[in-house]
Design a protein around this ligand. Structure first.
Ligand code: SF4
Length: 331
């Protein structure tokens, strides 16, 4: 699909893309606190947030500008804030029970903005451990979501990242085994890992429904369709956003060597050299990305001559999560 002289260069937008219900709820949680906090006479902020509320630099910077204070660990929050009832919000990725205990011990007022679909995996861990299972968990080592889920039962949850890690596992056939996974994995890559697990441990059970969430699979399916019609792709999303990085990988796979998928935080990171000779550039964004960043990329591509914009729509999403209980009266 390389460009012939005189051919119109076009952008193909993937839909669905961008914010998912869990990210929207997490951001709304912080926003609701910011909007409804009473003015203070001390120098305490209206809200603390443990870790990035969602893995997007722009979202975090914007909330920080409005007064939210982001911390890596609860120990960074002054005791005076807990005593004054300043809320601390847990991010969409969820936390391990150890963090919940620490917050309780410190007397903090917690607003848990963990995505309900992540919390579902936490509950699955607890249920399967109660029933005597060992759990093989496919996830990314060190990612906040994986750390939180494994923290539910570190001795019974066995993390693997890739198909090749299956060889490192060892279970006897009388050991009840179940598979769980991070919500933001690549659907295709996980299918390969599951097949390898089933070959090695044919008795392994799968969860009642896939842990890879609707937003992850919908965005990957849309990106695949777009990439099949494009000869370059731009995925908007931060480097630490698991679902954005997976989208880039899925896009690269679907481009099949005809072109390259690039991940950018925003339009400033685009390099015009990527689009030399390209006639159709696909665009999508991870689940934590505000659409104005995608619009910025579209504007920049239009300045590079990609004047036509088409959209490939695969499914209409209507998922919505209510605010955490602690905020419903405020919202
Ligand atoms: S990507 Fe999925 S699991 Fe993660 S916040 Fe969004 S809906 Fe929830």
């Amino acid at each position: 699909m390389r460009r012939k002289a005189g051919m119109t260069k076009r952008i193909i937008l993937a839909n669905p893309r961008g914010f998912c219900a869990g990210v929207d709820r997490a951001i709304q949680s912080v926003q609701t606190i910011l909007n409804t906090a009473a003015p203070r006479e001390d120098d305490l902020p209206p809200v603390y947030v443990r870790r990035q509320i969602v893995h997007n630099r722009h979202v975090v910077d914007e909330l920080a500008e409005q007064g939210a204070v982001f911390v890596d660990e609860l120990s960074e929050i002054p005791q005076a804030a807990a005593q004054a009832g300043i809320p601390v919000v847990f991010s969409a990725h969820g936390v391990s029970p150890q963090v919940v205990r620490e917050a309780n011990e410190l007397g903090m007022s917690v607003v848990d903005a963990s995505c309900p679909l992540v919390s579902k995996v936490h509950r699955e861990v607890l249920r399967f451990v109660r029933e005597g299972y060992e759990i093989v968990y496919i996830g990314h080592r060190g990612h906040d979501e994986a750390v939180g889920v494994i923290g539910e039962s570190p001795e019974h949850v066995h993390l693997i990242e890739h198909e090749r890690d299956v060889d490192d596992l060892d279970f006897s056939p009388d050991q009840k085994l179940v598979l769980l996974s991070q919500t933001t994995l690549s659907v295709d890559e996980t299918t390969g890992t599951i097949a390898a697990l089933q070959r090695r441990f044919p008795w392994i059970e799968l969860p009642p429904s896939s842990d890879i969430c609707y937003a992850t699979s919908n965005r990957q399916a849309a990106v695949k369709l777009v990439a099949e019609q494009a000869d370059a792709m731009v995925i908007v999303g931060s480097a630490n956003s698991s679902n954005s990085v997976r989208l880039m990988e899925v896009a690269n796979e679907a481009l099949g060597g005809r072109g390259t998928a690039h991940r950018v935080d925003d339009a400033d990171e685009l390099d015009s050299a990527w689009f030399e000779g390209v006639s159709a550039v696909g665009v999508s964004s991870g689940a934590s990305v505000p659409d104005e960043l995608v619009q910025g990329v579209i504007d920049a591509l239009q300045r590079l001559g990609f004047t036509e914009v088409d959209t490939v729509e695969t499914i209409e999403e209507n998922m919505h999560f209510v605010l955490p209980a602690a905020l419903r009266k405020r919202g």
